[in-house]
Design a protein around this ligand. Structure first.
Ligand code: PMT
Length: 399
């Protein structure tokens, strides 16, 4: 049955955040999607199927063994009908099952059978979220192309404080919308992205570094790959797993990052330099660990090359996107960097705010071009990545 609406299959698993999925379903229906809800048995302990049936005006599926005569076909037909499947909240247990290909209920069977894009919004206790095994399972899902919307930090239902809260309904709706109309506007293009901070060694165990996590650059790389680009990601040390569909080079120092970037710059159509490259490095790095008793009174620093300026000066034809991490006069400094480093776009952020910028999940940025300054709201880094690439594609088309 097609009336032009896209079908979103919403999977609900057994966590207290299931009540928030009512709002998600309402929002998706309001945005014009047909919403079909599939629940685990555990989820029905938190919210009644009748609630979702009423909100979605569609039947809700829980059991594989319903009485309808076509029930056996139904679990596949739901998977086939889906233009997108979103699981919110998704427990550690269901993440593990999907990562390992288990299909022992209607929800996991649908997730395994569907060819549609998968968006997963985990919610759980902070310790469960942080466990290596959960993180590995999440990485498996990401490596298969699932969009995982990280849980946010705050007070959890169990009383603990930490990451584990279901991401906001707005950010889940936004991810669904982006996946449902995923544009392939970078098909055939090469995109080069830098991420993370560099580590400049003092000795084998000590370094000069910064708080960049790589989240911003990884989000840009992942988004570019989803839009069809061939993506090279050059990253400083980061705990994040390789983003889906990207060729990743992991480096330590600014000099290594420079070499990796310059080797790929000529082939690039778009270059996004989100890395926090150390401006200085110790003039000499000791090959042995420096003993406490031998600690030098001073460390002499040497300037690192400015990779972005080099790229700007080469004028290789790629759309060049630089970042500016500022603690004051953000707009003025961003405009100055746009000129000085010959960029097409500068993404500027005020890093004096400890809850935005380095290491955080969200950021507030200014997008500065020669003609305009756009001030974006506080957004998840994945959404910022989309905004950046939207501008980059526009600049590419103007070439
Ligand atoms: O990784 P996250 O935790 O998500 O954090 C994201 C971020 C805060 C690191 C990111 O939003 C950001 O601001 N990145 C740029 C940080 C920075 O080094 O800013 P800058 O103003 O010092 O440098 C300006 C530009 O020149 C940047 O594009 C930088 O990559 C580039 N640069 C800087 C120094 C250098 N030696 N070579 C460079 O290419």
């Amino acid at each position: 049955m097609s009336d032009g609406r896209k079908t979103i299959v919403v999977g609900v698993t057994g966590g207290i955040a299931a009540y928030k999925t009512c709002e998600l379903v309402r929002a998706l229906v309001r945005d014009g999607y047909r919403v079909k809800v599939v629940m685990t048995e555990a989820a029905t302990r938190f919210v009644s199927p009748l609630t979702f049936r009423t909100l979605s005006a569609e039947p809700v599926t829980v059991s594989m063994w319903a009485d309808e005569p076509d029930a056996k076909i139904h679990h596949i037909s739901l998977a086939e009908e889906a233009d997108l499947m979103v699981i919110a909240p998704c427990t550690a247990n269901v993440i593990a099952k999907i990562a390992h290909g288990r299909a022992d209920d209607m929800l996991t069977t649908t997730a395994l059978a569907t060819e549609a894009p998968l968006v997963i919004a985990p919610a759980m206790n902070v310790h469960m979220w942080r466990k290596d095994v959960t993180q590995r399972n999440v990485a498996v899902l990401r490596s298969r192309g699932a969009v995982v919307i990280d849980p946010t930090h705050g007070e959890l239902a169990c009383g603990d404080v930490g990451e584990g809260r279901l991401a906001s309904v707005e950010s889940i709706v936004e991810a669904v919308a982006a996946e449902a109309v995923r544009v392939r506007d970078l098909m055939g293009k090469h995109v080069l992205v830098t991420a993370g901070g560099t580590h400049e060694p003092i000795d084998p165990v000590r370094y000069i570094g910064n708080h960049s996590s790589g989240k911003t650059g990884f989000a840009v790389a992942e988004e570019a790959a989803r839009r069809g680009a061939r993506v090279f990601l050059v990253t400083g040390p980061s705990h994040l797993p390789d983003p889906f569909g990207c060729e990743v080079v992991r480096v330590q120092t600014a000099l290594q990052m420079r070499a990796a970037v310059l080797a790929r710059a000529d082939a690039a159509d778009v270059i996004v330099m989100s890395a926090a490259v150390a401006d200085f490095r110790p003039a000499t790095a000791s090959s042995d660990k420096i003993k406490k008793t031998d600690a030098p009174a001073q460390i002499t620093l040497e300037r690192n090359p400015d990779i972005l300026s080099e790229l700007g000066a080469r004028n290789g034809g790629a759309v060049l996107v630089g970042f500016a991490a500022e603690t004051s006069e953000v707009e003025e400094n961003a405009k100055a960097k746009l000129e000085a480093k010959c960029c097409d776009l500068i993404v500027a952020n005020d890093v004096s705010d400890p809850v935005l910028g380095f290491g955080t999940d969200e950021n507030r940025v200014l997008l500065v071009t020669r003609d305009a300054v756009e001030r974006l709201d506080v957004l998840p880094k994945a959404a910022i990545a989309r905004e950046i690439l939207d501008r980059a594609v526009r600049l590419l088309e103007e070439r």
